[in-house]
Write a protein that binds this ligand. Structure first.
Ligand SMILES: Cc1cc2nc3c(=O)[nH]c(=O)nc-3n(C[C@H](O)[C@H](O)[C@H](O)COP(=O)(O)OP(=O)(O)OC[C@H]3O[C@@H](n4cnc5c(N)ncnc54)[C@H](O)[C@@H]3O)c2cc1C
Length: 388
Protein backbone atom coordinates (compact mmCIF):
# COMPACT_ATOMS: atom_id res chain seq x y z
CA UNK A 1 0.00 0.00 0.00
CA UNK A 2 1.29 3.49 -0.83
CA UNK A 3 1.27 6.02 1.99
CA UNK A 4 2.16 9.71 2.03
CA UNK A 5 2.65 11.09 5.49
CA UNK A 6 5.18 13.79 4.77
CA UNK A 7 6.71 15.83 1.95
CA UNK A 8 10.36 15.00 2.27
CA UNK A 9 12.26 11.84 3.04
CA UNK A 10 15.72 12.29 4.53
CA UNK A 11 17.73 9.16 3.96
CA UNK A 12 20.42 8.74 6.61
CA UNK A 13 20.39 10.01 10.18
CA UNK A 14 24.04 11.04 10.51
CA UNK A 15 24.90 14.63 11.41
CA UNK A 16 24.03 16.01 7.96
CA UNK A 17 20.72 14.08 7.89
CA UNK A 18 19.73 15.48 11.30
CA UNK A 19 20.80 19.00 10.27
CA UNK A 20 18.59 18.72 7.15
CA UNK A 21 15.63 17.77 9.35
CA UNK A 22 16.22 20.82 11.58
CA UNK A 23 16.46 23.15 8.55
CA UNK A 24 13.28 21.82 6.94
CA UNK A 25 11.25 21.80 10.16
CA UNK A 26 11.63 25.61 10.41
CA UNK A 27 9.38 26.00 7.39
CA UNK A 28 6.65 23.65 8.70
CA UNK A 29 7.44 21.14 5.99
CA UNK A 30 6.70 17.62 7.15
CA UNK A 31 9.67 15.28 7.03
CA UNK A 32 10.45 11.60 7.52
CA UNK A 33 13.90 10.52 8.68
CA UNK A 34 15.00 7.07 7.61
CA UNK A 35 17.72 5.60 9.81
CA UNK A 36 19.78 2.52 9.19
CA UNK A 37 18.74 0.23 12.04
CA UNK A 38 22.14 -1.52 12.22
CA UNK A 39 24.11 1.70 12.84
CA UNK A 40 21.73 2.79 15.59
CA UNK A 41 22.76 -0.26 17.57
CA UNK A 42 26.50 0.32 17.22
CA UNK A 43 28.58 1.75 18.80
CA UNK A 44 32.24 2.07 19.07
CA UNK A 45 33.47 5.44 20.30
CA UNK A 46 34.13 7.69 17.28
CA UNK A 47 37.60 9.17 17.84
CA UNK A 48 37.21 12.03 15.36
CA UNK A 49 37.22 15.64 16.49
CA UNK A 50 35.90 18.23 14.04
CA UNK A 51 37.20 21.77 13.56
CA UNK A 52 33.92 23.64 13.05
CA UNK A 53 34.27 26.98 11.21
CA UNK A 54 32.80 30.16 12.76
CA UNK A 55 30.23 30.43 9.92
CA UNK A 56 28.89 26.90 10.55
CA UNK A 57 28.98 27.49 14.33
CA UNK A 58 26.73 30.52 13.88
CA UNK A 59 24.15 28.38 12.03
CA UNK A 60 24.33 25.72 14.76
CA UNK A 61 23.79 28.43 17.39
CA UNK A 62 20.84 29.98 15.57
CA UNK A 63 19.25 26.58 15.08
CA UNK A 64 19.49 25.45 18.70
CA UNK A 65 22.16 22.76 18.37
CA UNK A 66 25.19 24.51 19.86
CA UNK A 67 23.56 25.03 23.28
CA UNK A 68 23.32 21.27 23.74
CA UNK A 69 27.13 20.96 23.60
CA UNK A 70 28.69 20.96 27.08
CA UNK A 71 30.91 24.10 27.28
CA UNK A 72 33.84 22.08 28.60
CA UNK A 73 33.76 19.96 25.43
CA UNK A 74 34.24 22.86 22.98
CA UNK A 75 37.78 24.08 22.31
CA UNK A 76 38.86 27.25 20.48
CA UNK A 77 41.68 27.29 17.97
CA UNK A 78 43.55 30.57 18.64
CA UNK A 79 46.38 30.04 16.16
CA UNK A 80 47.50 27.64 13.48
CA UNK A 81 51.07 26.75 12.56
CA UNK A 82 51.62 25.09 9.19
CA UNK A 83 55.02 23.52 8.75
CA UNK A 84 56.60 21.78 5.80
CA UNK A 85 59.65 19.59 6.24
CA UNK A 86 60.74 20.76 2.81
CA UNK A 87 63.61 23.04 3.91
CA UNK A 88 61.70 23.68 7.14
CA UNK A 89 59.44 26.45 5.90
CA UNK A 90 56.47 27.50 8.01
CA UNK A 91 53.49 29.79 8.29
CA UNK A 92 51.54 31.06 11.30
CA UNK A 93 47.96 32.37 11.51
CA UNK A 94 46.54 34.11 14.62
CA UNK A 95 42.93 34.89 15.43
CA UNK A 96 44.03 38.36 16.71
CA UNK A 97 45.14 39.24 13.17
CA UNK A 98 41.52 39.18 12.00
CA UNK A 99 40.01 40.49 15.24
CA UNK A 100 38.34 37.16 16.06
CA UNK A 101 38.05 35.06 19.12
CA UNK A 102 38.78 31.65 17.64
CA UNK A 103 39.64 30.54 14.10
CA UNK A 104 37.69 27.28 14.55
CA UNK A 105 35.96 25.34 17.33
CA UNK A 106 36.88 21.75 18.06
CA UNK A 107 34.20 19.26 19.09
CA UNK A 108 34.20 15.50 19.30
CA UNK A 109 31.99 13.55 16.87
CA UNK A 110 30.02 11.79 19.62
CA UNK A 111 29.38 15.04 21.55
CA UNK A 112 28.19 16.79 18.41
CA UNK A 113 25.98 13.84 17.47
CA UNK A 114 24.45 13.85 20.98
CA UNK A 115 23.72 17.60 20.70
CA UNK A 116 21.96 16.97 17.36
CA UNK A 117 19.94 14.07 18.83
CA UNK A 118 18.78 16.37 21.68
CA UNK A 119 17.77 19.10 19.25
CA UNK A 120 16.01 16.67 16.91
CA UNK A 121 14.01 15.25 19.85
CA UNK A 122 12.23 18.64 20.01
CA UNK A 123 10.90 18.15 16.46
CA UNK A 124 7.71 16.41 15.45
CA UNK A 125 8.74 14.09 12.62
CA UNK A 126 8.22 10.54 11.50
CA UNK A 127 11.07 8.06 11.87
CA UNK A 128 11.56 4.86 9.88
CA UNK A 129 14.19 2.40 11.08
CA UNK A 130 15.16 -0.25 8.58
CA UNK A 131 18.13 -2.01 7.05
CA UNK A 132 16.37 -2.63 3.80
CA UNK A 133 15.78 0.30 1.48
CA UNK A 134 14.82 -1.53 -1.70
CA UNK A 135 13.99 0.64 -4.68
CA UNK A 136 13.20 4.06 -5.99
CA UNK A 137 10.81 5.20 -8.70
CA UNK A 138 10.45 8.76 -9.91
CA UNK A 139 7.24 10.15 -11.38
CA UNK A 140 6.23 13.62 -12.56
CA UNK A 141 4.52 14.55 -9.27
CA UNK A 142 6.33 12.45 -6.70
CA UNK A 143 9.05 9.96 -5.87
CA UNK A 144 8.29 6.54 -4.38
CA UNK A 145 10.59 4.53 -2.22
CA UNK A 146 10.10 0.97 -1.08
CA UNK A 147 11.71 -0.58 1.96
CA UNK A 148 11.50 -3.65 4.23
CA UNK A 149 9.50 -6.03 2.07
CA UNK A 150 7.43 -3.77 -0.08
CA UNK A 151 6.40 -0.96 2.22
CA UNK A 152 6.03 1.90 -0.24
CA UNK A 153 6.03 5.61 0.57
CA UNK A 154 5.72 8.61 -1.68
CA UNK A 155 7.31 12.01 -1.22
CA UNK A 156 7.96 15.22 -3.12
CA UNK A 157 11.70 14.99 -2.53
CA UNK A 158 14.27 12.56 -1.16
CA UNK A 159 17.38 14.06 0.44
CA UNK A 160 20.34 11.69 0.36
CA UNK A 161 22.42 12.17 3.50
CA UNK A 162 23.48 8.54 3.39
CA UNK A 163 27.24 9.02 3.42
CA UNK A 164 30.09 8.50 0.98
CA UNK A 165 28.80 5.19 -0.43
CA UNK A 166 25.36 6.69 -1.00
CA UNK A 167 22.68 4.21 -2.05
CA UNK A 168 20.55 7.10 -3.31
CA UNK A 169 23.35 8.37 -5.57
CA UNK A 170 23.71 4.97 -7.23
CA UNK A 171 19.93 4.53 -7.61
CA UNK A 172 19.68 7.97 -9.21
CA UNK A 173 22.51 7.17 -11.64
CA UNK A 174 24.50 10.23 -10.56
CA UNK A 175 28.06 9.69 -11.77
CA UNK A 176 31.05 10.45 -9.60
CA UNK A 177 34.83 10.30 -9.80
CA UNK A 178 36.61 8.37 -7.09
CA UNK A 179 40.24 8.95 -6.17
CA UNK A 180 41.98 6.62 -3.75
CA UNK A 181 44.66 8.74 -2.01
CA UNK A 182 46.58 5.58 -1.11
CA UNK A 183 46.71 7.02 2.40
CA UNK A 184 45.11 6.02 5.69
CA UNK A 185 44.27 8.45 8.50
CA UNK A 186 45.42 7.25 11.91
CA UNK A 187 43.27 9.00 14.52
CA UNK A 188 44.24 9.14 18.21
CA UNK A 189 44.78 11.55 21.13
CA UNK A 190 47.95 12.55 22.96
CA UNK A 191 48.74 14.45 26.16
CA UNK A 192 51.58 16.98 26.18
CA UNK A 193 53.75 18.27 29.01
CA UNK A 194 53.41 21.88 27.77
CA UNK A 195 50.03 23.64 27.44
CA UNK A 196 49.19 24.29 23.77
CA UNK A 197 47.36 27.65 24.28
CA UNK A 198 44.85 26.72 21.58
CA UNK A 199 47.50 26.27 18.90
CA UNK A 200 46.67 23.85 16.08
CA UNK A 201 49.65 22.42 14.26
CA UNK A 202 49.96 20.88 10.84
CA UNK A 203 53.08 19.33 9.41
CA UNK A 204 53.47 18.23 5.80
CA UNK A 205 56.04 15.49 5.24
CA UNK A 206 56.93 13.26 2.29
CA UNK A 207 55.35 10.22 3.88
CA UNK A 208 52.26 11.89 5.34
CA UNK A 209 50.45 14.85 6.88
CA UNK A 210 50.15 15.38 10.62
CA UNK A 211 47.24 17.49 11.92
CA UNK A 212 47.08 18.32 15.64
CA UNK A 213 43.82 19.79 16.94
CA UNK A 214 44.05 21.34 20.43
CA UNK A 215 41.60 19.89 23.00
CA UNK A 216 41.44 20.55 26.77
CA UNK A 217 44.58 22.44 27.95
CA UNK A 218 47.28 19.93 27.17
CA UNK A 219 45.86 17.37 24.76
CA UNK A 220 45.65 17.03 21.01
CA UNK A 221 43.41 15.03 18.76
CA UNK A 222 45.65 13.88 15.91
CA UNK A 223 44.78 12.95 12.36
CA UNK A 224 47.88 11.44 10.78
CA UNK A 225 47.28 10.88 7.05
CA UNK A 226 49.98 8.38 6.25
CA UNK A 227 50.99 6.98 2.86
CA UNK A 228 49.93 3.34 2.69
CA UNK A 229 53.47 2.13 1.93
CA UNK A 230 54.45 3.24 5.46
CA UNK A 231 51.22 2.11 7.13
CA UNK A 232 52.23 -1.49 7.80
CA UNK A 233 55.37 -0.35 9.59
CA UNK A 234 53.50 2.25 11.72
CA UNK A 235 50.71 -0.22 12.55
CA UNK A 236 53.19 -2.80 13.80
CA UNK A 237 54.87 -0.36 16.24
CA UNK A 238 54.13 -0.75 19.94
CA UNK A 239 52.58 2.35 21.59
CA UNK A 240 55.99 3.27 23.07
CA UNK A 241 57.76 3.03 19.70
CA UNK A 242 54.92 4.82 17.95
CA UNK A 243 55.14 7.74 20.40
CA UNK A 244 58.92 7.92 19.96
CA UNK A 245 58.48 8.13 16.20
CA UNK A 246 55.83 10.81 16.61
CA UNK A 247 58.04 12.82 18.99
CA UNK A 248 60.76 12.89 16.32
CA UNK A 249 58.22 14.22 13.83
CA UNK A 250 56.59 16.85 16.09
CA UNK A 251 59.79 18.00 17.82
CA UNK A 252 60.04 19.80 21.16
CA UNK A 253 57.35 22.45 20.65
CA UNK A 254 54.84 20.84 23.03
CA UNK A 255 57.28 19.05 25.34
CA UNK A 256 56.89 15.38 26.21
CA UNK A 257 53.99 13.46 24.74
CA UNK A 258 52.04 10.33 25.70
CA UNK A 259 49.29 8.37 23.99
CA UNK A 260 45.87 8.57 25.70
CA UNK A 261 43.64 6.59 23.30
CA UNK A 262 43.97 3.65 20.96
CA UNK A 263 44.81 4.30 17.30
CA UNK A 264 41.94 4.00 14.81
CA UNK A 265 42.26 3.83 11.04
CA UNK A 266 40.28 5.49 8.20
CA UNK A 267 41.21 4.80 4.53
CA UNK A 268 41.16 8.06 2.55
CA UNK A 269 39.31 8.71 -0.72
CA UNK A 270 37.97 11.67 -2.63
CA UNK A 271 34.64 11.52 -4.43
CA UNK A 272 33.46 14.27 -6.76
CA UNK A 273 29.86 13.98 -8.02
CA UNK A 274 28.94 15.14 -11.50
CA UNK A 275 25.78 16.61 -9.98
CA UNK A 276 24.22 17.00 -6.54
CA UNK A 277 20.71 16.53 -7.89
CA UNK A 278 18.55 14.31 -10.03
CA UNK A 279 14.76 14.21 -10.53
CA UNK A 280 13.23 14.75 -7.06
CA UNK A 281 16.57 13.83 -5.48
CA UNK A 282 19.09 16.06 -3.68
CA UNK A 283 22.38 14.92 -2.16
CA UNK A 284 24.04 16.52 0.89
CA UNK A 285 27.09 15.82 3.05
CA UNK A 286 29.46 12.99 2.19
CA UNK A 287 26.85 11.58 -0.22
CA UNK A 288 27.46 14.74 -2.27
CA UNK A 289 31.26 15.05 -1.86
CA UNK A 290 34.05 13.37 0.03
CA UNK A 291 37.34 15.21 0.52
CA UNK A 292 40.74 14.68 2.15
CA UNK A 293 40.56 15.52 5.89
CA UNK A 294 43.77 17.59 5.84
CA UNK A 295 41.89 20.89 6.03
CA UNK A 296 39.22 19.61 8.47
CA UNK A 297 36.46 20.72 6.11
CA UNK A 298 34.36 17.63 5.15
CA UNK A 299 31.60 18.07 7.71
CA UNK A 300 31.68 21.86 7.40
CA UNK A 301 31.08 21.43 3.68
CA UNK A 302 28.15 19.07 4.37
CA UNK A 303 26.63 21.47 6.87
CA UNK A 304 27.02 24.30 4.35
CA UNK A 305 24.90 22.17 1.95
CA UNK A 306 22.19 22.25 4.63
CA UNK A 307 22.66 25.99 5.18
CA UNK A 308 22.02 26.42 1.44
CA UNK A 309 18.78 24.36 1.66
CA UNK A 310 17.76 26.59 4.59
CA UNK A 311 18.58 29.79 2.63
CA UNK A 312 16.64 28.67 -0.46
CA UNK A 313 13.58 27.70 1.60
CA UNK A 314 13.77 31.07 3.34
CA UNK A 315 13.99 32.89 0.01
CA UNK A 316 10.79 31.63 -1.68
CA UNK A 317 7.59 30.17 -0.21
CA UNK A 318 6.80 28.51 -3.53
CA UNK A 319 9.36 25.82 -2.69
CA UNK A 320 7.53 24.86 0.53
CA UNK A 321 4.66 23.33 -1.48
CA UNK A 322 6.86 21.26 -3.72
CA UNK A 323 10.47 20.82 -2.68
CA UNK A 324 11.08 18.64 -5.73
CA UNK A 325 10.67 21.61 -8.10
CA UNK A 326 13.39 21.76 -10.73
CA UNK A 327 14.09 25.45 -10.02
CA UNK A 328 14.80 24.66 -6.37
CA UNK A 329 17.04 21.71 -7.19
CA UNK A 330 18.94 23.55 -9.91
CA UNK A 331 19.59 26.56 -7.67
CA UNK A 332 20.90 24.28 -4.94
CA UNK A 333 23.20 22.52 -7.39
CA UNK A 334 24.51 25.78 -8.85
CA UNK A 335 24.98 27.56 -5.52
CA UNK A 336 26.93 24.71 -3.92
CA UNK A 337 29.28 24.06 -6.84
CA UNK A 338 32.09 26.56 -6.19
CA UNK A 339 32.52 25.80 -2.49
CA UNK A 340 32.63 22.04 -3.11
CA UNK A 341 34.91 22.11 -6.14
CA UNK A 342 37.31 24.62 -4.58
CA UNK A 343 37.79 22.55 -1.44
CA UNK A 344 37.99 19.24 -3.32
CA UNK A 345 40.65 20.68 -5.63
CA UNK A 346 42.58 22.46 -2.87
CA UNK A 347 42.79 19.49 -0.51
CA UNK A 348 43.69 17.14 -3.35
CA UNK A 349 46.45 19.41 -4.63
CA UNK A 350 47.84 20.16 -1.17
CA UNK A 351 48.06 16.48 -0.35
CA UNK A 352 49.95 15.65 -3.55
CA UNK A 353 52.14 18.80 -3.60
CA UNK A 354 53.55 18.37 -0.13
CA UNK A 355 54.22 14.65 -0.51
CA UNK A 356 55.86 15.14 -3.93
CA UNK A 357 59.61 14.50 -4.24
CA UNK A 358 60.16 17.09 -6.95
CA UNK A 359 62.84 19.69 -6.06
CA UNK A 360 61.22 22.49 -8.04
CA UNK A 361 58.01 21.90 -6.09
CA UNK A 362 60.08 21.96 -2.87
CA UNK A 363 61.54 25.32 -3.81
CA UNK A 364 58.14 26.83 -4.68
CA UNK A 365 56.56 25.61 -1.42
CA UNK A 366 59.42 26.86 0.67
CA UNK A 367 59.46 30.23 -1.10
CA UNK A 368 55.65 30.48 -1.05
CA UNK A 369 55.13 29.62 2.63
CA UNK A 370 57.81 32.02 3.81
CA UNK A 371 56.56 34.82 1.56
CA UNK A 372 52.95 34.38 2.72
CA UNK A 373 54.13 34.31 6.33
CA UNK A 374 55.72 37.76 5.85
CA UNK A 375 52.61 39.25 4.22
CA UNK A 376 49.91 40.21 6.74
CA UNK A 377 47.40 41.18 4.04
CA UNK A 378 47.54 37.80 2.25
CA UNK A 379 47.31 36.05 5.61
CA UNK A 380 44.18 38.03 6.52
CA UNK A 381 42.57 37.15 3.18
CA UNK A 382 43.41 33.46 3.60
CA UNK A 383 41.96 33.36 7.12
CA UNK A 384 38.76 35.11 6.03
CA UNK A 385 38.32 32.56 3.22
CA UNK A 386 38.93 29.65 5.59
CA UNK A 387 36.47 30.54 8.34
CA UNK A 388 33.14 30.98 6.49
C1 LIG B 1 39.86 10.97 9.78
C2 LIG B 1 38.82 12.00 9.45
C3 LIG B 1 38.85 13.24 10.06
C4 LIG B 1 37.89 14.22 9.73
N1 LIG B 1 37.97 15.45 10.32
C5 LIG B 1 37.09 16.41 9.98
C6 LIG B 1 37.16 17.75 10.55
O1 LIG B 1 38.04 18.11 11.34
N2 LIG B 1 36.24 18.68 10.16
C7 LIG B 1 35.26 18.36 9.26
O2 LIG B 1 34.45 19.25 8.94
N3 LIG B 1 35.16 17.13 8.72
C8 LIG B 1 36.03 16.14 9.04
N4 LIG B 1 35.93 14.90 8.48
C9 LIG B 1 34.83 14.60 7.54
C10 LIG B 1 33.56 14.18 8.27
O3 LIG B 1 33.81 13.09 9.13
C11 LIG B 1 32.46 13.78 7.28
O4 LIG B 1 32.40 14.74 6.26
C12 LIG B 1 31.10 13.72 7.97
O5 LIG B 1 31.14 12.80 9.04
C13 LIG B 1 30.01 13.31 6.97
O6 LIG B 1 28.76 13.30 7.62
P1 LIG B 1 27.47 12.73 6.85
O7 LIG B 1 26.33 12.87 7.81
O8 LIG B 1 27.36 13.35 5.51
O9 LIG B 1 27.80 11.19 6.58
P2 LIG B 1 27.93 9.97 7.58
O10 LIG B 1 28.48 10.40 8.89
O11 LIG B 1 28.66 8.91 6.84
O12 LIG B 1 26.42 9.52 7.83
C14 LIG B 1 25.69 8.80 6.88
C15 LIG B 1 24.48 8.18 7.56
O13 LIG B 1 23.68 7.52 6.56
C16 LIG B 1 23.33 6.23 7.00
N5 LIG B 1 23.12 5.38 5.82
C17 LIG B 1 24.03 4.88 4.95
N6 LIG B 1 23.42 4.16 3.99
C18 LIG B 1 22.11 4.20 4.26
C19 LIG B 1 20.96 3.65 3.64
N7 LIG B 1 21.04 2.90 2.54
N8 LIG B 1 19.75 3.88 4.19
C20 LIG B 1 19.64 4.65 5.30
N9 LIG B 1 20.69 5.20 5.93
C21 LIG B 1 21.90 4.98 5.41
C22 LIG B 1 24.48 5.79 7.90
O14 LIG B 1 24.02 4.82 8.82
C23 LIG B 1 24.82 7.11 8.59
O15 LIG B 1 24.04 7.33 9.74
C24 LIG B 1 36.88 13.91 8.79
C25 LIG B 1 36.82 12.64 8.19
C26 LIG B 1 37.79 11.70 8.49
C27 LIG B 1 37.75 10.33 7.83
Amino acid sequence: MIQQSSDVLILGSGIVGMASLIAIDKYDIKATLLSEASTLQKKEVDPRFYAITPGVKTWLEKNGVWDFLPKKEVFSVRSIIVHSDKEHSSLKFDDDAVGRNGLAFIVNHDELEKAFIHRVSEINYEEIKTNKVESLSVGAEDIKISYANENIRQFKLVIGADGSNSWLRSQSSINFKNKDFDQTAIVFNIKTSKAHQGCAYQKFMYHGILALLPIYTDEFSIVYSLNNEMLKEYKSLTDTKFIQMLKNEIGEMFGDISLTTKRQYFPLNMKINESLISDRVLLAGDAAHQIHPLAGQGLNLGLRDVIEIDKLLGSNKKYHHDLGLKTFLKKYNRNRKTDILTLSYLTDKLSSLFTSKNHIVDFVINFGLNKIDQNQLIKKILIKKAIH
